[in-house]
Design a protein around this ligand. Structure first.
Ligand code: AMP
Length: 365
């Protein structure tokens, strides 16, 4: 029986969309994108529609998904009623866009989080500092990414500055949102778990990976994370609870802190994730292909690791391509984005003893 080519309409057109489209193309399917930014990386792999062209985008698609979680919920809800619907479901966006809802869901499911408080005023912030103790991390409950919209309060004298920096988010704008004050976790390391859930409810888990951030931006992922045998079961149980509660379909990422007392859930990303890029070369089925399989109701692929891998993000400026590609076994992914401080513009996946060499080439920039 001949298979029909499907078109997946994706909300967002960044590098995640680009890599989803590559995976879809390999399986004989195509993607189109809803994206307002010019020169979107995904435009190299499929038609890009602006938000004004929503009708055309819907017409061109058989089913919908997303690569950007700060997409308007109203759009996701509309797409849930069109064609084959949207995967993951809009409720996953509602939760992921709001740190307070997200933490409440974790706690409802018995998943440990940092102690936290919702903050609507300077008085409440002072009270949270008394109750939770310092240091404390103040964050916007909505709209933050890559460490933006965060302030670490170390001493009493930082409280007013932190409120001045972030407090306006609670009082300005059409939809004022509270801040969230979180107890500062002196974690040993950060790990993430990526899982995929199919339309039949089956779940595949990638191995736990270890992540290093600088200024809130991911710079390195080690797959698999070392010494996590004792943590894997509880991490998988936690993500399974979230997937089932949300009746989730597709790839979901759970970011966790490792502490002496065990795992603490930080946040979810309802999409393919930077800490899963190693899976393109390092796993039997990449996170991108598995997401496409789930959205198209195809059998999920094997998530197990083929080769221990390290993923290094290319941030700000591009490396010397010739020096990089001279290293055996380097897999270089260029995102076709212009250079800008702090911007993710590519990544490298490298195996075995070549990691230090690849890092040295990145350090030369
Ligand atoms: P987030 O946007 O919540 O993922 O935060 C970005 C990064 O800030 C995390 O990956 C951590 O490195 C750090 N961070 C966030 N929340 C906390 C916390 N409550 N305690 C200590 N570090 C944190």
């Amino acid at each position: 029986m001949a298979n029909t080519t499907k078109t997946i309409g994706i909300l967002g057109g960044g590098q995640l969309g680009m890599m989803l489209a590559k995976a879809a193309l390999q399986l004989g399917h195509t993607c189109v994108f809803l994206e307002d930014a010019p020169h979107a990386p995904a435009s190299l792999y499929g038609q890009v529609y602006s938000s004004e062209q929503l009708d055309e985008f819907i017409k061109a698609s058989d089913v919908f998904s997303l690569e950007f979680e700060n997409t308007p919920i109203a759009t996701a809800k509309l797409l849930a009623t069109q064609k084959g619907g949207i995967f993951p479901p809009p409720i996953a966006l509602t939760v992921a866009q709001d740190r307070l809802r997200e933490k409440a869901l974790f706690n409802e499911l018995g998943i440990t989080t940092v102690p936290y408080r919702a903050i609507h005023s300077l008085d409440e912030l002072n009270q949270a500092c008394d109750e939770l103790g310092l240091p404390l991390v103040l964050k916007t409950s909505r709209g933050g990414y890559d460490g933006k919209g965060q302030f670490v309060i170390h001493t009493q004298s930082d409280i007013a500055t932190a409120w001045h920096e972030l407090g306006k988010a609670t009082t300005e704008g059409a939809m004022p949102a509270p801040l969230i004050a979180e107890g500062f976790i002196d974690f040993e390391r950060e790990v993430s778990l990526i899982a995929v859930r199919g339309q039949d409810g089956s779940i595949g888990y990638y191995p736990l990976v270890q992540n290093t951030h600088t200024n809130g931006i991911l710079i390195k992922t080690v797959a698999p994370a070392p010494d996590v045998e004792h943590l894997t079961k509880s991490a998988q149980e936690n993500i399974a609870k979230i997937l089932e509660k949300l009746d989730y379909v597709g790839v979901l990422t759970l970011e966790l802190f490792v502490t002496k007392a065990g795992l603490i859930a930080n946040e979810i990303a309802p999409r393919v994730h930077n800490s899963g890029h190693w899976s393109i070369e390092g796993a039997n089925t990449s996170q991108f292909e598995n997401h496409i399989r789930a959205v198209l109701d195809l059998p999920l692929g094997d998530t197990s690791i083929v080769k221990p891998s390290v993923m290094l993000n290319v941030i700000g400026t591009y490396p010397d391509e010739s020096r990089l590609l001279a290293i055996d076994g380097v897999h270089y992914h260029h995102y076709h984005k212009s250079e800008r401080d702090g911007r993710k513009i590519g990544h490298i996946t490298v195996m075995g003893d070549k990691v230090a060499e690849a890092e040295a080439v990145l350090d030369e920039r």
